[in-house]
Design a protein around this ligand. Structure first.
Ligand code: GDP
Length: 201
């Protein structure tokens, strides 16, 4: 699945731009600066895949990518715009919420959302808000801790435990929390395996 470079399909700013698709789809979301672009890049081995900038003011888009052999993709990857800008204007937050809610509720091939959380910070209020949206849309989701460059460290363990405990009250959450680092590659095989289970054979 990850041997071939994945191909950018398109960026969409509203639901009407989403192409019809039969491919199982997996979406990545997380607070701005959580390490989403780095993780997607590390997973796919493609450096310029996702733009690392999440410049405030830029149009928020969902970027779609094909994963798998050229011509016979096996999985669609949806890169959702980052949430929780510091000092984000209300209009921007509202636009984000509208776009993501519409996507979560109106995208039949969506199989799982990966909610990225910085392993050094744990769940923030805005993450819990997003988890509420995911529960409400009844979309299966899984928390992925990022930047766990020392996965055995006591701090990461604490955040891991606290995150797992917090998930118990969220109906749509996958009970397993993945612990990853784009820098060291830690946890990437597990993440690839999770994606491989969702992809077409
Ligand atoms: P995005 O805004 O969520 O797409 O985040 P980026 O991928 O652009 O990363 C944000 C910052 O975190 C950058 O300065 C990255 O170098 C850093 N970063 C990303 N992944 C890792 C990681 O695995 N370990 C460490 N230590 N830093 C990371």
């Amino acid at each position: 699945l990850f041997a071939q470079p994945c191909a950018f399909l398109k960026g969409v700013a509203d639901l009407s731009g989403l192409p019809a698709s039969d491919l199982p789809e997996i979406a990545f979301c997380g607070r701005s600066n959580v390490g989403k672009s780095s993780l997607v890049n590390a997973l796919t081995g493609r450096k310029t895949l996702a733009r690392t900038s999440n410049t405030p003011g830029r149009t928020q888009e969902i970027n779609l990518f094909y994963l798998g052999p050229e011509g016979t993709p096996r999985l669609m990857l949806a890169d959702l715009p980052g949430h929780g800008f510091a000092r984000a204007p209300k209009a921007k937050v509202d636009a984000w919420t509208r776009l993501v809610n519409a996507y979560l509720k109106g995208r039949p091939p969506l199989r799982r959302v990966l909610l990225l959380v910085d392993s050094r910070h744990g769940l923030k209020a805005v993450d819990r808000t997003v988890m509420g949206m995911l529960d409400g849309a009844a979309v299966n989701y899984q928390v992925v801790l990022t930047k766990a460059d020392k996965p055995a460290s006591a701090a990461v363990q604490r955040v891991h435990e606290a995150t797992r405990a917090a998930l118990a009250e969220h109906v749509a959450a996958h009970p397993d929390v993945l612990v990853t680092s784009s820098e060291t590659g830690a946890g990437l095989p597990d993440l690839r395996a999770a994606l491989g289970e969702i992809a077409l054979p």
